[in-house]
Design a protein around this ligand. Structure first.
Ligand SMILES: [Zn+2]
Length: 142
């Protein structure tokens, strides 16, 4: 059953982390919109710094989501072609769709080996990486 499959548990953890990050990304988009509008309404207001902070946070979260998606694929025995983004079997050396060669270092998630041998699934470190701005900013931006 899926419940006893460590891969399924890892995938569920990754997916939960992705969902949380997506919520944060949406909130940052909302905040950027609010900051931008304040600036638009009042030329004396300069929210550039606040806006840029959130843009950076979105970029960081988007990259983290991308990495988690790669990890989920890895658990499923798949990897993404760097050229055409097609899902390929992990063992493939060349993309079956476009023929691009896989770079061995790039195809496997860096932290994967450590996690499989040592860290239990519940010790997923990914959730702490959310920027600290998240907690304080949501209310301030009203
Ligand atoms: Zn390809």
């Amino acid at each position: 059953m899926a419940f006893f499959d460590p891969k399924a548990k890892n995938i569920a953890n990754y997916q939960r982390s992705i969902d949380e990050k997506k919520v944060s990304v949406s909130r940052y988009y909302d905040e950027i919109g609010r900051y931008y509008y304040k600036q638009y309404k009042d030329l004396n207001v300069d929210n550039t710094k606040d806006i840029n902070t959130r843009c950076d946070a979105i970029t960081k979260l988007t990259n983290e989501i991308e990495e988690l998606n790669v990890k989920i694929l890895y658990e499923k025995g798949l990897k993404l072609c760097p050229s055409c983004r097609t899902e390929n079997n992990l063992e493939y050396t060349f993309c079956f769709k476009c023929g691009s060669r896989f770079d061995e270092q790039a195809s496997a998630p860096a932290a994967e080996k450590v996690e499989e041998t040592e860290a239990p699934a519940e010790a997923a470190p990914v959730e702490e990486e959310t920027p600290a701005a998240e907690e304080t900013s949501a209310e301030d931006a009203e």
